[in-house]
Unconditional design. Structure first.
Length: 234
């Protein structure tokens, strides 16, 4: 096998492994070598064979190039939820980022102090933990004020971390007293990153009238606050 064909074959292997950027580079190198070889004296049958190889691999390289260019175009979706609107859950809201099989998720919300705020955190972590790709969850928030809320927050983080560890998910909590922005960042093993910018953080659902009414555990029955969520894929 000639050097050019060896390079193309290595590109094909990378392509089959899903390592498309490496495959594209090898296809380019191999095609350049083959085109250079066409300038050399050879039989018409050999020249025809090389042209067929060039045509096949050039078509695949062009397809990978289009795929690469499409992947680099940021995807932006704005979700506007009206006041008292129902039917929303964290699973529905983050459907697109979760579809890309994230392994690392970072939740940034300065207000995870009150009982219902911590319950929201547990609820969204339940959604994330149900995805087999997720291996790390990091929470960045402000420390609750001294007293009952501080103890409640610490217990929530400890208990949640222990339960996630039982599913082989690493859970880390960081505190920042200057934190303001509310967002969740999703990153998969291919470095595809989604960012969900949350106007109200996780606190988008209104309280239920009773813990024994619909919506106590299934958030789709709850009414929402008016909020805008922006999803960006880059």
């Amino acid at each position: 096998m000639e050097e050019a064909e060896q390079v193309l074959y290595r590109g094909k292997v990378k392509d089959e492994e899903g390592r498309f950027e490496e495959a594209f580079e090898l296809y380019q190198q191999g095609l350049e070598k083959l085109l250079e070889n066409l300038k050399q004296p050879m039989s018409e049958s050999s020249r025809l064979k090389k042209r067929e190889i060039i045509s096949t691999y050039m078509a695949r390289a062009e397809a990978l190039k289009r795929k690469k260019n499409k992947a680099t175009v940021p995807h932006v979706q704005e979700i506007r939820i009206q006041n008292d609107e129902s039917g929303w859950t964290y699973s529905r809201l983050f459907e697109k980022p979760l579809h890309d099989s994230p392994s690392h998720i970072r939740i940034q919300d300065p207000y995870l102090h009150a009982r219902h705020q911590l319950a929201n955190l547990v609820s969204v972590c339940e959604v994330f933990a149900s995805r087999p790709s997720v291996s790390h969850i990091r929470v960045i928030t402000r420390q609750a004020p001294q007293g009952e809320q501080r103890g409640q927050q610490q217990k929530c983080m400890a208990d949640l971390g222990n339960s996630l560890a039982g599913r082989n998910i690493t859970f880390v909590t960081n505190y920042s007293e200057t934190l303001h922005d509310r967002e969740i960042r999703f990153k998969n093993e291919n470095n595809v990153v989604w960012v969900a910018i949350l106007g109200r953080g996780l606190d988008m659902f209104k309280k239920v009238n009773s813990w024994f009414s619909l919506g106590a555990t299934d958030y789709s029955y709850r009414q929402c606050h008016e909020v805008t969520v922006t999803l960006t894929r880059g």
